[in-house]
Design a protein around this ligand. Sequence first.
Ligand code: KIV
Length: 272
Amino acid sequence: MSASTSEIKRVTTHVIQAMKTRGEKIAMLTAYDFSMARMLDEAGIDILLVGDSASNVMAGHETTLPITLDQMIYHAQSVVRAVHRAMVVVDLPFGSYQANSEIALSSAIRIMKESGAHAVKLEGGSEVEESIKRILMAGIPVMGHLGLTPQSIYKFGTYTVRAKEEVEAQKLRDDAQLLQELGCFALVLEKIPANLAKIVSESLIIPTIGIGAGQHTDGQVLVTHDMLGITKEFKPRFLRRYLELFDAIGDATKQYINDVKNKDFPNESEQY
Ligand code: KIV
């Protein structure tokens, strides 16, 4: 009898693969710091992605391009320290793997060695084939990422849905097969038509994890700050908000300011 995912001590690539095989959906969220990672891990999340979206969410940049390998390692270290059960996957940031496979391998090794993470993720298909091969040869699990790949935003020009036209859809299907053949253990599909994501997910043995890719992928991922409503203006159709923390934190902060100004905080029981 196989253990259900809630009883599993540590989520590994094998556990993720077994979930696809038995039709159990995979839940992934982003995390960039210790406190958030601890809450998400305790709640039972399967995979925590230390995404390069930290560049937007944590550092306030407009794109994911500026974040550095050192900064990704810092975020990954904080997340790994918090986690007991979830698998931790770390994005290779822009510029850390595109130049050649040697640079890619050394970036991936730094992430694994210095943070203790369990896998890396990188964007692209055939363009980054050599880098993926080299990283996999070193025994480092790789998660692929196709569709909208935010590190190429200046090539795309917009964050709209990708692969609506047949030529791009065919390239995505070919890249998905290639990533599986190379040995990637899973694949993120970002912002593509649900029907294309269904075809790709059904054609692959490895799991797909969608964001804005519909209900037929083997798992789902959201940026935690979007899902919790910490970010305010970002409201794409695919995003479900489970909390409105921007407003809730604002209200609590106003209450605190009020209490301090009115000399209500601290009161007698809150002092020594
Ligand atoms: O960096 C990130 O948060 C991601 C997810 C959107 C998949 O790559």
